[in-house]
Design a protein around this ligand. Structure first.
Ligand code: ATP
Ligand code: MG
Length: 283
């Protein structure tokens, strides 16, 4: 049900203790400080955040507020300065196949074909070559690239490469997908098509997703939940449930409810972005 008033997004406490029970991803007092002494930068304030199975959380926030830091901590690429991350109750101590990661761009192996790129994860986890290739073919079909299986990444457009990246992230059947601005480098049309594709995939597979974006439209269109972060050191300033990811209307972004929701988030972000800019010019 889309509310058509001026604040259509329903607030939600992502750190509520009741969300912690049975959470797929439990982030407890997670903080990160880089460097030491005068060069020390506190990127992430101690943060609590719980994701349930099937949640699609989009995180928005000003540049430099700690979004990538948060994602890297969950991916296990960085070690926390405080707190911990647990997936299905198991502490995360490094990268793992149960977390599929997609970056802003690149990150494909240029010396491997598209099919080999997608089959790489399952192969590394011990799946036999034929089964891994078969799974890779299915995933390439799902992202509409089955006819490009034998091409190399450099023979593909940026949008196609991102689709390969998504197929590769899904290949290990991860419990959670971690996406850091995966569509940021794409043109608007490609971006919108891929957003639709992600929606289909999410509806079919109900994967749990942690998605970083600068696009409020993207967040509203895709997410079940949206978190707005403060300027550095980042913390969650507010979070909402988004009603738009279930709608079938392809032009939902043109509705008054969507515009009002966008305004709600823009207003929260505006002050934070100013503060982030001031931090950058003072640095
Ligand atoms: N490896 C690192 N060493 C030192 N400082 C770092 C490191 N990684 C990030 N930082 C600092 O931590 C802060 C948060 O960075 P982060 O990349 O998480 O921001 P972000 O929210 O992802 O920004 P953007 O929206 O521009 O991608 C920044 O001030 C950044 O300079
Ligand atoms: Mg970032």
């Amino acid at each position: 049900m889309l509310r058509d008033d001026l604040n259509p997004l329903e607030p939600v406490a992502l750190d509520a203790p009741e969300r912690r029970t049975g959470a797929l991803l439990a982030i407890d007092q997670l903080g990160k400080t880089f460097g030491s002494g005068v060069g020390q930068v506190q990127a992430l304030s101690p943060t609590d955040l719980y994701l349930q199975e099937g949640d699609f959380l989009c995180v928005v926030g000003p540049s430099g507020c700690g979004k990538t830091t948060l994602l890297n901590l969950v991916a296990g690429f960085e070690r926390p300065s405080s707190g911990q991350v647990r997936l299905r109750g198991q502490p995360i101590t490094g990268p793992g196949a149960e977390r599929g990661v997609v970056f802003q761009q690149g990150a494909l192996f240029n010396w491997m074909t598209v099919l080999e790129n997608v089959a790489f994860g399952p192969r590394a986890c011990g799946v036999n070559p034929e089964a891994a290739r078969q799974r890779a073919r299915q995933l390439l079909q799902m992202v509409g690239l089955d006819s490009f299986a034998d091409k190399y990444p450099y023979q593909l457009s940026g949008g196609m490469q991102q689709r390969v990246g998504i197929a590769r992230a899904l290949a290990n059947e991860p419990g959670i997908l971690l996406m850091d601005e995966p569509f940021a480098a794409l043109d608007q049309q490609t971006r919108e098509l891929l957003q639709e594709e992600i929606r289909h995939i999410w509806r079919r597979e109900r994967k749990t997703v942690l998605w970083i974006t600068h696009s409020i439209d993207e967040a509203l269109f895709l997410a079940t939940h949206i978190a707005v972060m403060t300027a550095r050191p980042g913390r969650i300033k507010a979070a909402f449930r988004s009603p738009f990811n279930e709608t079938e209307d392809p032009l939902v972004a043109a509705t008054p409810a969507f515009t009002a929701a966008k305004r709600q988030i823009v207003e929260l972000l505006r002050g934070e972005s100013r503060q982030a800019q001031a931090q950058e010019s003072a640095a």
